[in-house]
Design a protein around this ligand. Structure first.
Ligand code: ADP
Ligand code: GLC
Length: 509
């Protein structure tokens, strides 16, 4: 039998234990699907305070405390301990404990503010990897790291750890979920990374005078991925690269776009424990009951129940383009539709939405906060689902919407463009509605198309059936990652573009 591939999957968050966005879902379901394909994959994340609580809430077995060890961070001997647990689905989860850095209520921050020592927290996390692997006696063929908090690891593999007997053959793959989050810190942070000074240059990990953890990964990872084919192209342009486009173009040959997937056990309207009535493409009757209950739950006016409900579940950030709907709201809610919104995030958006909810009682149902169950009930009870993102690397909610027969109305960007097909009432083909300019007028046209067709019952049924039949399961994505892993193993240990590149890394932001 062929030897099992061994992979360490590094992530700052994994559902259901620590979740701020889509990465947490990916970190749960991609490793699970890769394990089902025969990969010995283990996940490592920080042992945040909230993880302890979520383990209890989810009835998961208590993590087993393992060896203690120390890691040098900024010249200080820092204590660490590894605990071993299982994620739902059976993947081994290593939790890295450190009182000072992780015994806190948040993942990256609290009350809308990042922790001021995030650089040290994630330097510690990254620097711990080598000692932790020794402590648990695991030698990965590949380290698959995600987002800037793990960005130093590919750089450590090529510098500080290059002669480590355990890690000298280990390749790295780094996934960019959101290139706008870069982990850029002031110059005085640099010594704490322990990287050699010669790497602090525009051709290295310097980013306009700052230290960039993301740039370290982009330069040093053997292979890079982002989360949809269209977004791969986008991040190599100045418009969507957030200053990293130059260095990404340098690594173009090693940058792939792999679309995320959906866990159809969790997101299945036929068996979803969060929704009041089940339904399927063959029998959508239950969706009506879900709509009725959503109206009650969000305090919408039941006498307007024949109108379409537009759902939104989102981080409230500029990226998501929520503000594009504000100029439309008055007309929309007076005459055409109801809105069901769940979100949390930036204060200015929370305030604008609260004000809109107060101005439109019974027509705009709003819950501010994070609520897994309500996210499912909005997907099930709404008729259309709006995602006006200014950019969207992949997006998961449009995929959930498709399966729940809730027509997505999306901006034609990144993963949204790759997963939603414009519905054509003439041919009956397609799954949703798209707009091409990040502008209110453009959004209004696409939304208008959807709202107009909602009244045409037989056409709408066709649209819903198309949507519910689409398959974006994790098995496909996991197969694609397995191929990338196998390809990496055939490569020489040194990447084609070795170490810091010398061209095109300086751009005016
Ligand atoms: P991003 O990672 O950019 O926030 P994604 O669409 O990839 O966007 O993933 C968002 C995930 O977080 C989805 O699973 C979505 O249902 C969930 N989510 C976002 N906001 C909330 C919220 N307020 N309550 C519950 N779930 C939420
Ligand atoms: C990021 C992106 C989102 C993507 C998610 C998971 O948070 O904003 O589009 O779906 O990561 O990859």
């Amino acid at each position: 039998m062929a030897k099992k591939l061994k992979v360490l999957y590094l992530t700052p968050e994994a559902a259901p234990l620590a979740k701020t966005g889509g990465l947490a879902d990916v970190a749960l379901f991609l490793p699970k699907s890769l394990r089902e394909l025969g990969v010995d994959i283990r996940v490592l994340m920080p042992f945040y305070q909230l993880v302890r609580e979520k383990i209890r809430d989810n009835g998961l077995p208590a993590p087993k405390p393992g060896p203690r060890f120390t890691v040098i961070v900024h010249g200080e001997l820092t204590p660490a301990r590894v605990h071993t647990a299982k994620l739902p689905g059976g993947v081994t989860l290593y939790l890295l404990e450190n009182e000072r850095f992780f015994s806190r209520a948040g993942v990256y921050g609290e009350a809308g503010f990042d922790y001021p020592d995030n650089h040290l927290r994630f330097i510690f996390f990254s620097a711990s990897v080598r000692a932790l692997l020794k402590a648990v006696d695991f030698t990965p063929d590949i380290i698959h790291a995600n987002e800037w908090p793990t960005g130093l690891v590919p750089a450590y593999l090529k510098t500080l750890w290059k002669d480590s007997p355990r890690l000298k053959g280990t390749r790295s793959l780094f996934t960019i979920h959101n290139v706008a989050y870069q982990g850029n810190f002031p110059l005085d942070v640099y010594p704490a990374t322990s990287l050699p000074w010669e790497l602090f240059s525009p051709a290295g990990v310097e980013f306009y005078g700052w230290v960039s953890f993301l740039k370290a990964a982009v330069l040093f990872a053997d292979l890079l991925t982002t989360v949809s084919p269209s977004h791969r192209e986008e991040i190599m342009t100045p418009e969507f690269g957030f200053g990293m486009d130059g260095v990404l173009r340098e690594r173009k040959a090693s940058l792939m776009g792999v679309l995320n997937g959906v866990d159809y056990k969790t997101w299945n309207p036929e068996a979803d424990p969060h929704i009041p009535a089940k339904f399927s493409a063959a029998n959508v009757a239950g969706k009506k009951r879900c709509k009725k209950r959503l109206i009650e739950e969000l305090g919408l006016d039941p006498s307007l129940g024949a109108r379409p409900i537009i759902g939104m579940v989102s981080r409230l950030a500029r990226q998501k383009g929520i503000d594009l709907i504000f100029p439309l709201l008055g007309h929309l809610l007076r005459n055409e539709a109801l809105l069901a919104v769940l979100g949390s995030g930036e204060g200015w958006l929370e305030e604008r939405l609260s004000a809109a909810a107060t101005e439109n009682p019974g027509r705009l149902g709003l819950k501010l906060g994070f609520d897994e169950g309500l996210a499912h009930r909005i997907e099930a009870g709404a008729d259309l689902f709006l995602m006006p993102s200014r950019y969207e690397p992949c997006g998961l909610n449009q995929l959930y919407s498709l399966r729940y027969g809730t027509a997505p109305v999306v901006a034609a960007t990144g993963g949204l463009k790759d997963t939603v097909e414009e519905f054509d009432p003439k041919t009956g083909e397609g799954t949703g509605f798209m707009f091409h300019e990040p502008a209110t007028e453009s959004l209004a046209l696409a939304l208008g198309k959807g709202l107009a067709l909602f009244g045409a019952k037989s056409i709408w049924r066709k649209l819903i059936r198309n949507a519910m039949g689409r398959d974006f399961s994790w098995e496909r994505a996991a197969g694609a990652y397995l191929e990338l892993y196998e390809g990496l193993m055939l490569r020489d240990t040194e990447p084609a573009e070795k170490g810091p590149v010398s061209r095109g890394t300086r751009r005016t932001p």
